[in-house]
Design a protein around this ligand. Structure first.
Ligand code: GUN
Ligand code: FE
Length: 457
């Protein structure tokens, strides 16, 4: 699962945006995983090698192409709260900041204007940071969740729309909806997305503390009936875990609450998962669920350090990455990759187990291929292979304003892969969205900062 670097690679993309072929010009066999460095970048649909159009970046050693990032946990509605609420533990943070903001998306006086403003921003911010696919939470409101689906289509980001379902809220009773209304609204959204290829609904019980047993059960059934994926939060904070134990005394543990209500399976994404017991890890592995690791959020809200290396290599659970805006302050998955490594180092210093440390290979895998598995698109996304969709980003270490200085002696000659790895590492640690100069989804160029006059929408 390591990063694969292909300095002399040619990729053909057909008019559907599907990769037709991956051709190594050098004689070594084509690597499959991870990063590919393109000699030639196609700018349009290609049917026949003799008639292709391309831009040749092969003389520019600062540019390379990588698969688009997949953000498996992000709250679109919380975007305005980035950076706000430092110091509050989870339950206070929800009550003091989050529910208040989300509730505004239900207010007839401002909801459409607010949603258009916030949702346009968050889609564009993440897209221009290389996120080609994301699994979103919106709010409990259906009308603005539909608008969100429209905006994903408009800007060309692949996305899952999770209208938030929650039918009780003791701490902040102004933000909840009756169970039947919640279920109807979810069905309404499923109908609205019917027939769309790149915008899909996802069933989203917010988390166990705000969902009745009956709502959880019916959402599980709905997911089964309509073959729709599920996302929720799990085991983020110790007070939250205690709350769940009190609310569901009949269940063994937090993971069992979801399991007993038919919510766990291979298309379930569980966010955070910081304090899982070994028993819960076994349930999650057995049910084939994916985790979304959200380290920026876990640090910002001081929820804890998730033992990701253990989940990946001992429990063999699929772990992807999430920004978790605005628990997380970082809209870019590149930033989350960096933070994942730093948090794993802190964990390793605490446990004195150096194997708790994550590598650049681990985090790159989590940002791409593991994300593709989590969103049920492992045959379509996450790497450059024939048959997959061309979702990609062009990285430029020499981009205008970028911090990624490369010195002469650091420039790789064609096959010096260690030097390329150093540049990838430099990109992860001192790069940011300014290095991401073009983005494609389904072979279509959706962000082009190299074109004169490019502006942020
Ligand atoms: N748990 C339930 N809701 C939320 C949320 O909006 N953000 C985070 N980080 N955790 C949650
Ligand atoms: Fe979250």
């Amino acid at each position: 699962t390591g990063i694969v670097i292909s300095p002399n690679c040619l990729v053909g993309v057909n008019s559907e945006g599907t990769i037709d072929f991956v051709r190594e010009e050098a004689s070594q066999p084509a690597g499959i995983d991870g990063i590919r460095l393109f000699k030639q970048e196609y700018t349009g649909p290609v049917q026949n090698l003799n008639h292709f159009k391309y831009v040749d970046y092969s003389k520019d050693c600062y540019k390379f192409i990588v698969p688009g990032f997949i953000d498996t946990h992000i709250h679109a509605s919380q975007y305005p709260n980035i950076g706000i609420g430092l110091g509050c533990p989870l339950l206070d943070w929800l009550n003091n900041y989050t529910f208040k903001l989300e509730k505004r998306f239900s207010d007839p006086k401002e909801q459409m204007e607010l949603a258009k403003l916030v949702y346009t921003k968050v889609i564009n911010r993440t897209l221009k940071a290389g996120t080609t696919c994301a699994s979103y939470f919106t709010t409990i409101d259906t009308k603005t969740s539909k608008l969100f689906a429209d905006l994903l289509l408009k800007y060309g980001q692949r996305g899952f729309v999770g209208k938030v379902c929650m039918d009780h809220n003791e701490e902040y009773p102004e933000y909840q909806e009756p169970k039947d209304k919640s279920l109807e609204a979810m069905k309404d959204l499923i109908g609205y997305c019917d027939g769309l290829t790149n915008v899909k609904p996802i069933i989203t019980p917010r988390f166990a503390p705000v969902c009745s047993s009956s709502l959880l059960k019916q959402l599980g059934q709905l997911a089964k009936d309509c073959k729709i994926p599920i996302q929720t939060h799990i085991s983020e904070n110790k007070d939250e875990i205690k709350l769940v134990e009190g609310l569901f005394p009949e269940c063994d543990n937090y993971a069992s609450v979801y399991k007993d209500h038919g919510l766990l399976g291979s298309s379930t994404i569980l966010a955070h998962a910081i304090h899982l017991s070994e028993k819960e890890c076994n349930v999650i592995k057995k049910e084939n669920c994916s985790l979304s690791h959200c380290p920026t959020s876990n640090s910002f809200i001081s929820s804890g350090e998730a033992p990701i290396h253990k989940y990946l290599y001992e429990n063999k659970i699929n772990v992807s990455l999430g920004t978790d805006l605005s628990g997380g302050y970082e809209q870019s998955i590149l930033g989350v990759m960096k933070h994942s490594i730093m948090v794993s180092h802190h964990l390793a210093m605490k446990t004195e187990k150096s194997k708790d440390k994550l590598s650049i290979h681990d985090v790159f895998y989590m940002a791409t291929r593991a994300g593709a598995i989590a969103v049920g698109l492992k045959d379509k996304l996450g790497s450059f292979e024939a048959g997959k969709q061309f979702d990609a980003q062009l990285i430029d270490l020499d981009a205008i304003g970028a911090n990624t200085d490369v010195f002469d002696w650091q420039i790789p000659k064609n096959n010096e892969k260690d030097k390329w790895l150093d540049l990838i590492s430099k990109w992860i640690f001192s790069g940011d969205d300014r290095n991401c100069v073009k983005v494609w989804v389904d072979g279509n160029l959706v962000v082009d900062k190299l074109r004169l006059g490019w502006v942020l929408v």
